[in-house]
Design a protein around this ligand. Structure first.
Ligand code: APR
Length: 308
């Protein structure tokens, strides 16, 4: 059986690290695309030259030409620009929307059966842009945010309780960023809700740190944003699709009535398999949780309305 083919658009920090993870796991052949000439070719060749040492046979190609991406099974979109001084959030959103629209149109034209995974921020809004630009059904347009947000929450839970990260689970809903909605009662250590293991104040502190997790990294790096954990999070989604593992992961998907929202991309727990979105898992929220979720969804809806 031929290896899967995965295109990663944007050969920057997140894109290149994602390509590295996919190739080095031997999961799929990777095509790395960027608008900057030489960048994807250079990183692609460098990654290929690591293969003999790492010991994998995945092919890695760097290119500026979408013809090379034809027939991809998955397309990961990380292309975009970072916010520059003097630029408003809305300016950034519309600039990145233009980039995402163009790359999704070019890539899906030659890979009409691919599954799209969006990473570019503002994430939930970019999913709307990609859905429209591709004309794909909602099953094949997914946003990576919840896996990252819950990974951050799990890291802080494990550190707080001095236990293995592997035994932690976190349940996160809503839009990516400061309005995300972590559900502590479903966030557990070996099945035990964290509300049994730490005080409400400590839970609130960890939730707050998680919601501001992206900004914390930007504050430290100063010249860029997080990429190791985002790339690892994309990899987890890609692996579940390629191997049809049916992992239950929080992803941004188009809600059509689920959780009380219609025609809106926002993070909810889903089953990810070879068809992309296999199933949305719905749970009954408490009144407080639903209110927080609605607030988060409202913030995403406002941003979507600002798309030029
Ligand atoms: N086509 C292809 N690539 C493009 C285009 C385009 N039209 N426009 C920009 N790019 C490329 C840039 O050349 C750059 O190499 O996208 C890449 C982005 O890389 P970085 O600036 O390193 O950004 P990164 O840290 O990887 O983050 C990418 O993911 O997590 C989100 O908020 C983050 O939106 C950002 C995205």
């Amino acid at each position: 059986m031929a290896r899967s083919k995965i295109t990663v658009i944007g050969a920057g920090n997140v894109g290149a690290t994602t390509a590295q993870r996919i190739a080095e796991a031997g999961l799929a052949d990777v095509v790395l695309v960027d608008i900057v000439e030489g960048l994807p070719q250079g990183k692609g060749l460098d990654l290929a030259e690591a293969a003999p040492v790492v010991g994998h046979d995945a092919h890695i190609l760097g290119t500026n030409d979408y013809a090379d991406t034809a027939g991809s099974d998955i397309i990961v979109v990380t292309s975009g620009i970072a916010r520059k001084p003097g630029m408003s959030r809305d300016d950034l959103m519309n600039t990145n929307a233009g980039i995402v629209k163009a790359v999704v149109a070019a890539a899906t034209a030659v890979s009409p059966n691919a599954i799209l995974i969006l990473v570019t921020n503002p994430l939930d809004v970019m999913c709307h842009v990609a859905l429209q630009a591709s004309g794909f059904p909602r099953e094949r347009v997914l946003g990576m945010a919840g896996v990252l947000d819950s990974a951050r929450f799990r890291t802080f839970i494990a550190r707080e309780l001095n236990v293995s990260v592997e035994d932690t689970h976190a349940f996160v809903l809503g839009g990516h960023g400061d309005t995300m909605v972590p559900l502590p009662r479903y966030s557990t250590v070996a099945g035990i809700p964290i509300t049994e293991l730490m005080s409400p104040e400590r839970v609130a502190a960890l939730v707050d740190r998680t919601a501001n997790g992206g900004a914390e990294i930007v504050g430290l790096l100063k010249t860029g944003s997080a990429f190791y954990a985002p790339a690892a999070s994309v990899f987890e989604m890609v692996e579940s699709i390629v191997l049809d593992r049916r992992r239950v992961l929080p992803c941004a998907v188009l809600l059509q009535g689920e959780y009380g929202q219609d025609n809106l991309f926002v993070g909810v727990p889903v089953v990810l398999g070879s068809n992309g979105l296999e199933k949305i898992i719905q749970i009954t929220l408490t009144a407080d949780e639903q209110a927080a979720f609605d607030k988060s969804a409202g913030a995403v809806r406002e941003q979507v309305a600002l798309l030029a």
